[in-house]
Design a binder for this molecule. Structure first.
Ligand code: 2HA
Ligand code: ZN
Length: 270
C-alpha cells in the first residue's frame, strides 16, 4: 500500500483547507468540504474492505450507496487540517441501507464527519443528477458574503444581479446566478434539503448570516466560484457608503452574455 498522506486528493484537500483558513473564511471550526472519490483512486492507498466503524447519518442518501467521500471532521479547525490530516479528515462509504457511513480511514481521535453532512450529501445527489462530473461541495464563512446578507433582500434575483454588477467576470463565472436561503438552523436535515433544492438551479448557495456553499468538478472549481462571489461582495461593500456615479448596466451585462455566449438567467435582467 502507498502512503495515503501522499495521495493527491489528501494533499490537495489539506492545501485547500490551509488556503481557505488564511483567507479568513474558516475561523475556528467553521467550514467543511466533501470530495467524491472513485474506488480506483483509493485502492492503492486503502483496503476498502476494512471498515473501522459504522456511523449513522440520520438521513437517506440511497442515491450514493457504495460511493466514497473524503470529508472534513466535525469540530476540526481548517487551520490544523494540514498538520493533522488523519484526525481532521475521514474517508467514508455510504452503506447499502443509505443511512449509514462506513468509516474507512481518518477521524483518528474518535471523531466523525462534519455536522453539515446532510447539506453536503444531499447537494452531491442533486448536482450529480445534473452534472455527473461534479465531485466537490465546499462550505465556508467569507466575511463580505455574510455582510451582504445583512443589507440586501434575501432573494436570488437581487443577489445575483448585484453580484453580476460589481465585477465584470461574475456573469461569466456564474451565469445562472446564485441561490439565497433565509437564516435557518445549521447542521440540520432541513437546511440540507433546502440547500440541495436550490442546487437544482445554482452551483452557489448563500446561507443568510452564515456563509456559502459552492460546488464543482474539483476543489479549484468550487473554490473559484466562492472566491469570485466574495470579491464582488467586497467591492459592493467597499463602495456602498460612497456616492455611486458609474455602474455596469443591464445592457452591459447583456453585451457580455452575447460576447461570451452565456446561458445566463434572463429573468434576472428583465
Ligand atoms: O462546521 O461551518 O456550518 C462548522 C460549520 C457549520
Ligand atoms: Zn458554517
Amino acid at each position: 500500500m502507498k502512503n495515503i498522506l501522499e495521495a493527491p486528493f489528501v494533499v490537495e484537500l489539506c492545501q485547500m483547507c490551509s488556503n481557505m483558513y488564511r483567507l479568513g473564511w474558516d475561523e475556528r471550526n467553521g467550514g467543511n468540504i466533501s470530495y467524491l472519490l472513485e474506488e480506483e483512486q483509493l485502492k492503492d492507498y486503502l483496503d476498502v474492505t476494512r471498515v473501522i466503524k459504522e456511523i449513522p447519518t440520520g438521513f437517506d442518501a440511497s442515491y450514493l450507496i457504495g460511493r466514497y467521500f473524503i470529508v472534513t471532521g466535525t469540530g476540526k479547525y481548517f487551520k490544523n487540517v494540514e498538520k493533522k490530516p488523519e484526525e481532521s479528515l475521514g474517508i467514508i462509504r455510504i452503506k447499502e441501507d443509505g443511512t449509514t457511513a462506513q468509516l474507512l480511514w481518518g477521524y483518528s481521535d474518535g471523531g466523525k464527519f462534519t455536522s453539515e453532512l446532510p447539506a453536503h450529501l444531499l447537494t452531491h445527489i442533486t448536482r450529480l443528477k445534473i452534472d455527473p462530473g461534479n465531485r466537490v461541495v465546499t462550505h465556508c464563512h467569507p466575511d463580505n458574503i455574510i455582510a451582504l446578507t445583512y443589507v440586501l433582500p434575501l432573494e436570488d434575483r437581487e443577489f445575483s444581479r448585484t453580484l453580476w454588477q460589481f465585477e465584470t467576470e461574475c456573469i461569466i463565472v456564474f451565469p445562472e446566478g446564485v441561490g439565497v436561503l433565509p437564516w435557518m438552523v445549521c447542521g440540520t436535515n432541513e437546511i440540507g434539503q433546502a440547500t440541495a433544492e436550490k442546487m437544482k438551479d445554482y452551483r452557489i448557495v448563500i446561507w443568510a448570516h452564515h456563509g456559502i456553499y459552492g460546488v464543482g468538478k474539483d476543489l479549484d472549481e468550487a473554490f473559484g466560484l466562492i472566491e469570485t462571489v466574495e470579491k464582488a461582495a467586497r467591492i459592493y461593500l467597499l463602495t456602498s457608503h460612497l456616492k455611486r456615479i458609474n455602474t455596469i448596466t443591464n445592457d452591459n451585462l447583456k453585451e457580455l452574455a452575447k460576447a461570451f455566449k452565456l446561458n445566463y438567467r434572463k429573468e434576472f435582467l428583465d
